[in-house]
Design a protein around this ligand. Structure first.
Ligand code: KIV
Length: 294
């Protein structure tokens, strides 16, 4: 029993360790990374690697790579659905994509986003939708945006055995309230507010916190203060790990180039070139040749 208990950290974060499903002493968990794996990386000071993913084919490739976590993000609204914002994304969309990602992976830890208005109206609704992401989507954890105001709901989720990831800084579901996508937490007051939010979420039992587009110094302050891992996107190099949108890091949309995105390959041109080669060969009659015919 003892070795099923989670790691404990100074000052911290695990308010209710027994309620986390990845720690159950009964039954066999799959070989997936669990929140314990993630916290072990944190304890070992090994940077945590996270990437978004939304479908089976890419999930297979992420699984072959050596990354810790897939986030089935509501960024699928932009990347997959072609929407201007994440606002229109529905819980059913996230469930559909999470199921596909789970089918393509064996060991990667899977976090699914609670989309806009799936948890803002009431705690009950948030709790039920979080449960749906685990029961129907087969995610291992949920992520939601917001600070002190959602801490009581996070508390209920963690009580119910749902591992929760927080998300502070630029929270894209509030794009209309922000009036655009800009760096958050600038200035002493805004930084103090964000720190208060982070503390409240940690007290409510989140096991990890995403920090999006905040000054590197603030991300470092939050990381130093909390006893759970922080994952940065546009938050500098002092967080416990990093996350990027898969299609961004693969260079599949060269029209989208915020400062925090690094393209590790230029797949847009590679893919367009391959498609053009295919078109040219079909038009010239070079494809299909005898090697590709029965
Ligand atoms: O939806 C998403 O992709 C995200 C990441 C950018 C953190 O929330």
């Amino acid at each position: 029993m003892t070795d099923c208990l989670p790691l404990q950290y100074d000052g911290a974060a695990f308010k209710k360790p027994r309620s986390h499903p990845s720690m159950t002493p009964r039954g066999s968990m799959s070989s997936r990374n669990t929140i314990r794996t993630i916290h072990q990386r944190y304890a070992d000071d090994t940077p945590i690697t996270m990437v978004t993913c939304y479908d089976y084919t890419f999930a297979r490739l992420v699984e072959k790579a050596d990354l810790d976590i897939i986030l089935v993000g509501d960024s699928l609204g932009n990347v997959i659905q072609g929407q201007d914002t994440t606002v229109p994304v529905e819980v059913d969309d996230i469930i559909y994509h999470t199921r596909a990602v789970v089918r393509g992976t064996e060991t990667t830890h899977i976090v699914a986003d609670l989309p806009f208005m799936s948890y803002q109206a009431s705690e009950e609704e948030g709790l039920r939708n979080a449960g749906r992401l685990l029961k129907e989507g087969h995610a291992q954890a949920v992520k939601l945006e917001g600070g002190r105001s959602i801490a009581p709901m996070v508390d209920r989720m963690t009580d119910a055995g749902i591992p929760v990831v927080g998300h502070l800084g630029l929270t894209p579901q509030s794009v209309h309230a922000f009036g655009g996508y800009s760096v958050q937490g600038r200035g002493d007051d805004a930084a103090d507010e964000l720190l208060e939010d982070a503390r409240a979420l940690a007290d409510a039992g989140i096991y990890m916190l995403v920090l999006e587009m905040v000054p590197a110094a603030l991300a470092r302050r939050v990381t130093d203060e909390l006893s759970i891992p922080t994952i940065g996107i546009g938050a500098g190099d002092q967080t416990s790990g990093q996350v990027l949108v898969l299609q961004d890091l693969l260079g599949m949309n060269t029209d989208f180039q915020p400062r925090f995105v690094k393209r590790f390959v230029e797949l847009e041109s590679t893919i367009v070139d391959a498609l053009n080669d295919y078109g040219d060969e079909v038009r010239s009659g070079a494809f299909p040749d005898d090697d590709h015919a029965y």
